[in-house]
Design a protein around this ligand. Structure first.
Ligand code: G4P
Length: 528
């Protein structure tokens, strides 16, 4: 096996998706503890407010008690090199999450045992399924009362349309929770006084019953045996190919807060989940073991370190090996591009990168040259991994600085945050008014907050009643359509004309009246 192949095989790059409060932060933290990346519990949340990997706008997160940023963390566990990409869970702020999901090879979906499949999980799941990303399910909070496991499998199948195959099965729940039975390794894992108390290999169900009689009540044992036999007979057989195609999800149970079930989950997950695989590009399939270097930018984040006012472009490596000082080219411009100060992110530090491989995420210092979706190639014959999904904004507002003397900082902030993808920015052609577009309302709050915290600019914001944005792909917008009571023409930050409409009816009317104009929900690609 080549050195490159070995490195690719030991990489696992995944994201954790869940509805807020299901336990994403807790599970991440327990995994980092297992990998020795952090030493004490509480560090993940604590670190969110530390300066190394965040910005002042985490204050907003603290105030509202929601997670609004994605972060990347790397650690080693049992020979594997693991990259966890965190995803914001709030429904209003998911654009970033969707893009992050383009950069992973698998996903861990956490469900709260009492709540089952919740709204945000459903949305995120759909993105994963559309891309065929393998999904692993961790049902959390087994130390609390919740839905019956069989009911949850049914819900997963019905609501999400994916088969489930339980790798382990809970013994009781809430106050009667005694642990899990690992169906794959025929092993009981005990849970006592909120902690793992040991494990026991067993021969068969008779054996299982015998051991459980010491710790569990008869009703729990009877229910467990009945369920297990039902699963053996009528459940889905575990099929790794179906898992890899995103058609079946292996299911695990546990209690992240006490770390119960987390090591077992991680071990099975690392064994079953795919390492980086090939990706389609304009030059055909790119294999992670191809010698040439390639990757794409899926996220740009400004002001990660308030004391440096820096901006980082996050690059997911897709092939080859990154080496310090190597030559690379940016596909969009075809020009050579020095990868400046690449960094990798750990739980408590970021460090310069000497070597990185497919699956790894490196942060590049960005003086304003990258755009989300950019492909970086280690060869002059550039190719592209294609555009990342764009989301049409549905909320619009007009903004201006409260204090006209702050105009310079205002323009700088708007430009940087637009490039980062935090918000979409338009200008009216004649009056140069600034119009903001957002996928979710919360993006406005974050924007106002960041403009104040990072650029010292207070804003005056007026919400507009438009709901649709369409880029003009072909044709010229007639003068009389520039500003009507139902539509408004603006330019995006690359000066491409966009028409904002109040509703579908107005959009259809415009299309009927202007048949020579082609509109598009997403911006056309540009090369500048
Ligand atoms: P999130 O990132 O998905 O939003 O969830 P997070 O991990 O922050 O967990 C949300 C709450 O659920 C936290 O409680 C956390 O302690 C709790 N929790 C996580 N896993 C388990 C579990 O296995 N069992 C039980 N019973 N609770 C769990 P909190 O009170 O909101 O915060 P904290 O003060 O405890 O941190």
């Amino acid at each position: 096996m080549s050195g490159l192949q070995k490195e690719v095989n030991r990489r696992k790059t995944f994201a954790i998706i869940s509805h807020p409060d299901a336990g994403k932060t807790t599970l991440t933290e327990k995994m980092l503890l297992l990998g020795g990346a952090i030493r004490t519990a509480g560090s993940v949340k604590g670190k969110k407010s530390a300066k190394f990997a965040t910005s002042d706008w985490m204050e907003l997160e603290k105030q509202r008690g929601i997670s609004v940023t994605s972060s990347v963390m790397q650690f080693e566990y049992q020979g594997y090199k693991i990259n966890i990409l965190d995803t914001p869970g709030h429904e209003d702020f998911s654009e970033d999450t969707y893009r992050t999901l383009m950069a992973v090879d698998s996903v861990v979906m956490i469900l709260d045992v009492a709540k089952g499949v919740e709204a945000q999980t459903k949305k995120l799941f759909k993105v994963c399924r559309d891309r065929g990303i393998p999904i692993f399910t961790f049902i959390n909070k087994m130390d609390r009362f919740g839905k019956e496991p069989l009911e949850l499998f049914e819900e997963i199948e019905e609501v999400l349309g994916i088969e489930s195959s339980p790798v382990n099965y809970p013994i009781g729940m809430g106050p009667t929770f005694r642990g899990v039975y690992d169906r794959f390794n025929k092993r009981i894992e005990y849970y006592e006084d909120g902690e793992k108390a040991g494990s026991q290999s067993i021969e068969d169900y008779e054996d299982l019953q015998k051991y459980l009689e010491k710790t569990a009540d008869q009703a729990t044992i009877d229910q467990l045996l009945e369920d297990l036999m039902l699963l053996d007979e009528a459940g889905n057989d575990f099929d790794i190919e179906s898992v890899k195609n995103g058609k079946q999800t292996p299911v695990f149970f546990g209690s992240a807060v006490s770390s119960f079930g987390v090591p077992t989950f991680l071990e099975h997950f690392l064994e079953m989940s795919p390492s980086p695989s090939s990706r389609e590009s304009t030059a055909g399939k790119v294999e992670p073991t191809d010698e040439f270097f390639s990757g794409f930018v899926f996220k740009i984040q400004a002001n990660m370190d308030p004391s440096h006012r820096d901006r980082i472009a996050f690059l997911r490596i897709c092939s080859g090996k990154y080496e310090k000082g190597m030559s690379t080219w940016l596909e969009r411009t075809g020009k050579p591009m020095k990868l400046a100060q690449p960094q990798q992110f750990f739980a408590d530090s970021r460090e310069g990168v000497d070597a990185a491989f497919a699956g790894d995420i490196v942060g590049l210092y960005d003086p304003g040259v990258y755009q989300i979706g950019d492909t970086v190639c280690g060869t002059k014959d550039v190719f592209s991994f294609g555009d990342l999904p764009q989301f049409a904004p549905e909320h619009f507002a007009k903004v201006r600085p409260k204090n006209a003397l702050k105009h310079k900082q205002y323009l700088k902030g708007i430009k940087q945050l637009a490039q980062e993808g935090a918000i979409q920015v338009y200008r009216t052609p004649r009056y140069e008014e600034t119009i903001l577009g957002a996928v979710g309302q919360l993006q406005f709050d974050v924007f106002i907050y960041r403009m104040q915290a990072e650029y010292g600019v207070d804003l005056v914001m007026e919400h507009l009643s438009y709901q649709l944005a369409r880029w003009v792909k072909e044709g010229k917008v007639p003068e009389k359509a520039m500003r009507t009571s139902t539509s408004m023409v603006v330019n995006d930050y690359l000066d491409r004309p966009v028409i904002l409409f109040k509703n579908d009816f107005n959009l259809d009317y415009f299309k009927n009246q202007n048949e020579d104009i082609t509109l598009s929900e997403t911006p056309p690609k540009t090369s500048n």
